[in-house]
Design a protein around this ligand. Sequence first.
Ligand code: BES
Ligand code: MN
Ligand code: ZN
Length: 507
Amino acid sequence: MKLGLDRRDAGVVSVDAVVSGVFERGEKDDTLPRSLAKDGEAVPGHLTAAWERREIRGRRKEITVLHRPAGKGRIVLVGLGPRSDYGADLTRRAAAEAVRALRGRGARTLAFRLATFVTEAVPADLAVRGLADGAVLGGYEFLRYRSSHDAGVEEGTICLGEEHAREEAALRRALDEEDVLLESVVRTREIVNTPADTATPEWLAEEARRVGKEVGVRVTVYDEKKLAEMHCGGLLAVGGGSAHPPRLIVLEYGGGARGGRTIAVVGKGITFDSGGISIKPAEAMADMKFDKAGACAVLGIVRAAALLKAPPRVIGVMACAENLPSGSSYRPGDLVRTYNGRTIEVLNTDAEGRVALSDALGFVVDRFHPDEVIDLATLTGACVTALGDDTAGLIATDDRLAAGLLAASAATGEPLWRLPLTDYHRELVKSDIADVRNHTEMKIAGALTAAAFLETFVGRVPWAHLDIAGPSFTTPTTRKWQPAYQNIGATAFGVRLVTRYLLDGGK
Ligand code: BES
Ligand code: MN
Ligand code: ZN
């Protein structure tokens, strides 16, 4: 969707739909809020009548569509719930609900009446970003494999009106930045949604090269021969069962500030996770094309950071392999030597993400000496059991880094919850015959033993691990309770969050 800003009132721009927010009304008689009076003028008599008859209540997800006379488009009112509970995520949700309600109804252009979405809690710049997020992400559909679909809104304009016209310059800057972030989110969603028959490790490397060319970032791809020379036994073991060999993909963005810090962002890129020899049951396998979401988020993050000239130098690393059972697969009981010489006792080939990441983490720490490492991985079902499918687990060895990521989470509405990592978890991943084991016999603290495993490959560098297994994709079932800006399929969780961190906290 194309986004724009207009300093005029929403009532005078020519669009198929004008969208306003309405807060939930109390029981007492109340008159039409002043912010909606102009919408009322556009549909003489109708809005006041609907208001007086209490057809409009302002409850969350409530959508009212009124037609202007003489085919001049529509007035759309979207419920925001109680004013006292309003926050930026409700702006996102409301914008997405409006855009989705208009799909297939012939509305191609839309204008948001900004003033109806602004409160003390959500200042105009946050409302602009929220409306942009909701409109673009709520309107997104994965269409590559569909021969027909209902047309939706193609152009969204945020109208400042007399209330906000004076803030035009600052609001335009906010929208321009959000636009770049959203382009990266959509790009990431497209890649994650692409199934494993097409989205192989080689294909991800080509995608990374395309992005690198587009935004002027250096891309280096290590193929299976190079990986063998570098002793990347983890990635080679995980990818050993597939006809599509593994790739380690490195993107280097030089940074916007001289002498700035170096931040490594590492992602799990399992193009399909069957479980390998420790094969998954069929139901658990259906969504496993999404197991590359972490690596694809890294691609989106580096793209956005480069276009927005984020201050730190950013090293993106995508650890890509396909986990399949075959005669050349790795097996339970195998002992694997990784890039930095540490060894892994493989006890379950379905705990493959940590094995693939072991080389990527060891490599980036050794080659680039980053000041901080952040990884994103659809790592454990245990994290989904603990936190649900809307929130990512955050495990961090550095409080400043954790605080920065939590601040970015609050700003972007991508929820994080910090979990502990102690010697108890470190003890559980010790192996009798190797440095570390990839599985424990006890089904306890699965998200944390996975983190304890990864930590051994990072060493002492400040590190944060985001387990995004829950929020990285939406299914037809989980879609029912997800916000309207998460359509079925990939969410690109982490792109807005980590880029925000690089822009604000990563200095
Ligand atoms: N990719 C999965 C984790 C996952 C589960 C992602 C659900 C998205 C949704 C991961 O590789 C995996 O299989 N983890 C195992 C680990 C276990 C064998 C220690 C799990 O969570 O069951
Ligand atoms: Mn697995
Ligand atoms: Zn996996």
